[in-house]
Design a protein. Structure first.
Length: 64
């Protein structure tokens, strides 16, 4: 269950939650005031997830 454990760690990391909160507010703003195509929202979500995965791996390697 390595995937489930990794997902649990990913979803409980406070930096990750902060980043997703900020992106959520930005997306909400774009939805209400500046409509953006759905594929840009999906692209932004993928970029945020990739950034967080790289950041978490970097911080894990730095601790060791």
């Amino acid at each position: 269950m390595k995937i489930i454990d990794g997902l649990k760690i990913y979803l409980t990391d406070w930096k990750n939650l902060l980043t997703h909160g900020i992106v959520g507010v930005i997306l909400l703003y774009c939805l209400l005031f500046a409509p953006v195509a759905w594929y840009w929202r999906v692209t932004l979500l993928i970029i945020v997830i990739a950034f967080n995965l790289v950041r978490m791996r970097y911080s894990k390697n730095k601790k060791q």
